[in-house]
Design a protein around this ligand. Sequence first.
Ligand SMILES: [Zn+2]
Length: 136
Amino acid sequence: MLIWGYRTRIFVLAMTTFLCGRCGNPASHAVRKSVTKFTLFFIPLFPIHVKYTAQCTFCGIENRIPKEDAVRLQAQEEQAQQQAAQPYPQHPSQPQHPSQGFAQPQGFQPPHPSQPQGFPQPGRHPQQGEFPQQGR
Ligand SMILES: [Zn+2]
């Protein structure tokens, strides 16, 4: 005797915030992927139906969305999470603070190698008494 049926699994792809088309609130939406699989002896064999939905957490309406939208929303969510995890992206061209101890030996480099010092500045001849003396 064959025991067959269907089983639906629901994956939450992302929680994303956008304006709900029904209640008009900028509410969080649960982007879900619903996969219905054909099962044989309770073993899921192959998907027979896949749908993507976004459910408003404010009013509860569930909208079908195209797969492209779901994938895009999921990618946006992942990007947002990565940016939240790394709020300060590291620029390797900028010198690090020596106290942070990264494995970049920069101990004997001049602090500003791209800015040569010692240009004569026209029009400014430092003389005694030009600058106000402060506190002494
Ligand atoms: Zn809503």
